[in-house]
Design a protein. Structure first.
Length: 265
């Protein structure tokens, strides 16, 4: 089994005034996945980020933060708005996958997962096993869920990967982002950014957490922390650039692709 995460920044146009899918990238990635599945039989679960669809309403309603009782109706509507937004993105993604012959089935986290203090605590994954056994490709995504302590919270695609992998024990976990892997600073704006081929401990994160580039490395630090937990279970992960043509295909086919490997020494 392979778990493939496709970042929201790859699938959506973050600079567009309205939420918009990056159709060109979506078509290419769907084609690469289809080619790989046609080339060799494999069980695959796809996780995707929320991108420009989920982040703005999540920020607007501050879901996951403490709130007063009289704010409950507004928070509840915010929860619904976020859930609806990410569901729209998922529908557009699945439509393209299906049009290319990929037997994808959407499984929204909000329909079966719950959390406590923003961490997933419950979620029966037998539905994934059942669909995989019938040859389907389950698709799940960053979403909002009920939280036992905070009422509601947002769970990222990265946390979903950790939960799925911890319970389903995949042979491979791949994160497709918009950079070649992990750098000490944003390689798009810093020519002197240092690339890391491997991360194996929390101490390795010091170089990232100490940088001033909070937006990029903050998100990457979160990803690495989730993946180091998997490394403790003996599950190796790799962060690659999904914007480069054929990278998704190659990594699914066990071909060499530049990226950062997360594993314990």
């Amino acid at each position: 089994m392979i778990i493939l995460k496709i970042g929201g920044s790859i699938l959506t146009n973050k600079d567009a005034p309205e939420s918009e899918v990056d159709s060109k990238s979506l078509k290419r990635i769907a084609s690469e996945i289809k080619r790989s599945l046609d080339n060799s039989s494999k069980e695959l679960i796809i996780v995707h980020g929320a991108g420009s669809f989920g982040h703005p309403p999540a920020k607007k309603y501050k879901i996951g933060e403490a709130f007063d009782k009289d704010e409950y109706p507004q928070k509840r509507i915010g929860f619904c708005e976020i859930q609806n937004a990410v569901k729209k993105l998922n529908m557009l993604i699945c439509e393209e996958f299906i049009s290319q012959g990929l037997p994808v089935i959407a499984i929204p986290a909000s329909s079966f997962m719950t959390a406590s203090l923003k961490r997933i605590t419950d979620g029966d994954l037998n539905i994934f096993k059942d669909y995989l056994s019938k040859g389907f490709v389950p698709v799940i995504y960053g979403d909002v869920v009920l939280d036992k302590e905070l009422e509601f919270c947002v769970i990222s695609g990265d946390q979903i990967i950790q939960y799925l992998s911890s319970n389903l024990n995949p042979e491979k976990v791949v994160l497709g982002t918009d950079v070649d892997g992990v750098y000490n600073k944003n390689p798009k704006t810093h020519d002197d950014a240092v690339f890391y081929e491997k991360f194996s401990s929390i101490e390795d994160l010091d170089a990232l957490e100490g940088t001033t580039n909070v937006d990029v490395t903050g998100g990457m630090v979160g990803k690495i922390k989730e993946l180091l937990y998997l490394a403790d279970l003996g599950i190796e992960s790799k962060i690659i650039n999904a914007e480069i043509e054929d990278n998704i295909y190659k990594v699914l086919e066990n071909e060499d692709v530049k990226g950062t490997v997360i594993l314990r020494s």
